[in-house]
Design a protein around this ligand. Structure first.
Ligand SMILES: *Cc1c(COP(=O)(O)O)cnc(C)c1O
Length: 409
């Protein structure tokens, strides 16, 4: 039976009362002795495909899995009520201390950290201005960005009503700054693409007394990046909670200057008449973010790196001996800084396109997600794998390569 059909049937079976494996039929009345023991297989019940994530921390693929410690506090914090601002205050203090920042707050992902941080810069503590956004009457309205940094998530800033002004050189910055310049934004991932370095960006901000913000969303590892840019002097730093930190994917952190972080919070929930009201994080995300950060900082990063290299080697070794296959391990310099394996093949020896190869891995059993490379290639990362999954990925990749090999008789 085809997997899809099988899944479909499985989702129907429980309704008819049949017990499949350890699944308890939906609607079964849990008795006192079973209630805490039986887990619903909710993905199977809903017919949702789950998979081995050999792609990376992609939002669309639900990014990362939370550690046991994070899940534990998530559940524990779901058991009690607390005043949301107090949760943010207490957690913010701890996070700030861990990251060498004056202040910090948990946001609904890095994107909302960008929005709220920008809002804080524009409004300061003026609640009338907070209520006026994205109408910038009475506020500064221009944000400087290097041309090579102006893409993707920078859209977050525009939610506040600001206008982006592109610059390329230090001279451009000197020319562009005026009384309307609200902030200078830096995209860490693009640091090597622009002419102005992070240090110079900070120095320019200080020279003209304009707040600087750095988006480091996907930029741990290395762990030092959690404080490097605060130490460097950026006024605000934004990071995702659900990428390398393996916290809740719906969380992120805004950290930096105390006055700016508290101004940013004026646009954040629970306050209602704000542009940020839809960016809610509850105590579970806030506390989960804190524990994820704590765990991340305290873990053995060298051992983790070695483990990633070992996993990559397992997959690489399974593929590279096959005639027509070549492999390469690289480490992206900034974002997603983790050993990354590219497997490419010669189409005359292995007759499958990269796209078809990916779909064969997706529809196989177990389903595996990898990224597409150029032409006949795939790209694999191992930092989101669960223990042992490297071997499964290795054998499935090898199997599909061999299956597609053209017999050279
Ligand atoms: C992922 C990402 C974001 C958005 O982060 P979320 O935590 O998903 O909101 C912002 N900026 C960059 C550079 C990113 O990679």
């Amino acid at each position: 039976m085809k997997r899809r059909k099988l899944i479909k049937n499985l989702t129907i079976l429980p309704l008819s009362g049949a017990v499949v494996g350890s699944t308890i039929p939906f609607g079964t009345v849990a008795t006192a002795c079973t209630s805490s023991k039986i887990k619903r297989d909710i993905f199977r019940e809903l017919g949702i495909r789950t998979f081995i994530n050999a792609a990376g921390t992609y939002t669309a693929l639900s990014a990362s899995l939370m550690h046991e410690e994070v899940k534990d506090v998530w559940l524990a914090s779901a058991e009690e009520y607390a005043v949301l601002d107090e949760v943010q205050d207490k957690v913010g203090e701890r996070i700030a201390e861990m990251c060498h920042a004056e202040a910090a707050t948990v946001t609904a992902g890095c994107f909302s950290a960008l929005v709220l941080g920008m809002a804080g810069v524009l409004t300061g503590n003026d609640t009338e201005k907070v209520a006026r956004l994205p109408d910038l009457t009475g506020m500064k309205s221009e944000v400087l960005t290097q041309k090579s940094h102006n893409w993707g998530y920078i859209h977050a800033l525009k939610l506040t009503g600001i206008r982006l002004v592109e610059v390329e050189t230090v001279q451009d910055v000197e020319n562009a700054v005026n009384e309307n310049t609200a902030m200078m934004w830096f995209l860490n991932d693009a640091a090597l693409n622009g002419q102005i370095s992070a240090e110079e960006w900070v120095a320019l901000g200080k020279k003209f007394n304009i707040p600087t913000m750095n988006d480091i969303a996907a930029d741990v590892p290395p762990v030092e990046n959690l404080w490097k840019y605060n130490d460097m002097g950026f006024d605000l730093v934004c990071i995702s909670g659900g990428k390398g930190l393996c916290g809740p994917q719906s969380a992120g952190i805004l950290m930096g200057r105390k006055d700016l972080v508290s101004a940013a919070r004026l646009s954040a929930p629970p306050r209602s008449s704000t542009i940020g009201r839809g960016m809610k994080v509850n105590k579970e995300e806030i506390i989960g973010m804190y524990v994820a950060l704590e765990k991340y900082i305290n873990q053995d990063h060298e051992a983790e790196w070695k483990m990633w290299e070992d996993r990559v080697a397992v997959i690489e070794n399974a593929a590279k001996e096959i005639d027509g296959v070549s492999t390469e391990v690289t480490v992206p310099p900034i974002a997603n800084h983790t050993p990354t394996l590219t497997i490419s093949w010669d189409i005359s020896k292995i007759n499958v396109s990269g796209r078809d190869f990916i779909s064969r891995l997706q529809t196989g059993d177990p389903s595996i997600e990898v990224r597409g490379g150029r032409n006949e290639s795939i790209v694999i990362t191992v930092f989101m794998l669960k223990p042992g999954q490297d071997k499964i990925v290795a054998s499935r990749v090898r199997e599909e390569l061999i299956k597609a090999a053209v017999s050279q008789s």
